[in-house]
Design a protein. Structure first.
Length: 375
């Protein structure tokens, strides 16, 4: 059998792609070297919250994705999302401005009347800073939601070393597919893409138990989820470019950093660490995700040799690999962005639509050509 689509990488990007693509194609395969959500996605606290910044393309995209994904998870996986209000507090004085600007421009529902009760349990450090409370935000069960999104497609446990296009279809070892979606997170690219640099940022988070009841999700120095009925809550996450794998001292330091930061906001009593999670987020050079067709860089540079002189090329005019797509670079917002981006990718594949200029992975070609080819 030849699959209609093979998705390589079963993190939240691959699983959300499996969800949407399987509604449009009959034979979809999802592949991973480990189990579903065995990479960065399995480590996520999986908070579904917007980006509280002043403006910009990333804020606009995350706002759209936040509204989409809250509804998506509630409609499709209501048992796997904990929807609660969100109290977001500035980390420093200079962030107050961003929060005020967000308040003035957002269409999301802000809670004014609940604010006093939300504040009563907080420490002074949290009470004194500018804050905003949203009526709705969520935390999803990261691993379970990925597994559920992937239900109904063929899961194949395989480390893919290479892919090749021959006789009108893609070959992944013995497996054949008409199209491929690459959603391999922070791992090395499977086809040459030197113009796309991935930033891998290590993150650590913990689940704890506490006797303190936190009735809402809280963001300040770290994110703390509302306590569930068993007294469990998630605290995350650290950001580190220089991680140390399997180093007990390093793990203890990361754990302590999370606890110290959480306790600055709220006095969580009788803490017991239940579990540690860690993994990579994968980000792009301009912090925006990459969703769309994969360009054949060699052919594109050959066709547009003026690129080396610093002239620009419309992204849509890149020479593309046939039926090869990617979804990556969702940074610290994978669970917010993936449902919407996977839907957009599915529409692009089905309708053979033009690339989205903001999200196109080809946006890095011009700059790469200018830098790499000028002698
Ligand atoms: C500690 C932590 C906390 C986070 N908290 C949040 C949060 O609260 N909210 C939020 O929205 N996001 C959060 N994130 C970010 C989110 O987890 C990432 O954005 C998301 O996991 C990215 O998903 P992905 O599918 O791109 O990558 P991954 O989950 O890493 O998936 C890539 C998959 O590809 C597989 N793969 C790679 N190469 C190959 C190959 N050659 N062959 C076969 N398989 C391959 C890997 O095994 C892996 O399973 C957090 C991340 C971390 C680390």
């Amino acid at each position: 059998m030849t699959y209609d689509v093979a998705i390589i990488g079963a993190g939240v990007n691959g699983a959300a792609s499996a969800f949407h693509l399987s509604r449009r194609f009959k034979h979809v395969a999802l592949m991973d070297q480990g189990s579903i959500a065995s990479g960065g996605s399995g480590a996520a606290g999986a908070f579904i919250s917007p980006k509280f910044s002043k403006g910009g393309e990333l804020k606009r995209l995350i706002s759209e994705a936040f509204v989409y994904s809250l509804k998506f998870y509630q409609d499709n996986f209501p048992d796997l999302i904990d929807v609660k209000p969100l109290l977001h507090i500035a980390r420093r004085e200079d962030e107050a401005l961003k929060i005020r600007s967000f308040k003035n421009s957002t269409e999301l529902k802000i809670v004014e009347q609940l604010k006093e009760s939300m504040f009563s349990g907080l420490n002074r450090f949290a009470q004194e800073q500018e804050s905003i409370a949203l009526e709705c935000s969520g935390v999803v069960d990261a691993k379970s939601v990925c597994c559920e999104m992937a239900k109904g497609v063929d899961f194949i446990c395989l480390k893919v070393d290479s892919i090749s296009y021959e006789n009108n279809c893609w070959h992944i070892g013995d497996i054949r597919a008409k199209r491929i979606v690459l959603s391999t997170g922070a791992s090395a690219h499977l086809v040459p893409m030197p113009h796309i640099r991935l930033r891998a940022v290590w993150g650590h988070r913990i689940d704890i138990s506490t006797t303190t009841q936190l009735p809402y999700h809280l963001h300040q120095l770290v994110s703390i989820s509302a306590t569930d009925s068993s007294g469990k809550c998630a605290i995350g996450a650290t950001h580190d470019l220089n991680f140390k794998l399997n180093d007990e001292h390093y793990i203890a330091t990361q754990r302590q950093e999370l606890l110290d930061k959480a306790l600055k906001s709220v006095d969580l009593k009788d803490i017991k660490i239940l579990k540690d999670y860690a993994g990579f987020r994968s980000g792009s050079n301009d912090y925006l995700p990459m969703m769309g067709r994969v360009a054949d860089l060699k052919q594109t540079l050959k066709r547009y040799d003026f690129l080396k002189d610093g002239f620009k090329m419309p992204y849509t005019k890149a020479i593309y690999h046939k039926d090869l797509y990617m979804l990556n670079g969702v940074g610290g917002y994978g669970f917010v962005l993936a449902p919407l981006l996977a839907k957009k990718l599915t529409d692009l594949i089905v309708e053979d639509a033009d690339e989205d200029e903001v999200l196109s992975p080809s946006r890095f070609i011009t700059r790469y050509a200018k830098k790499a080819l000028v002698v």
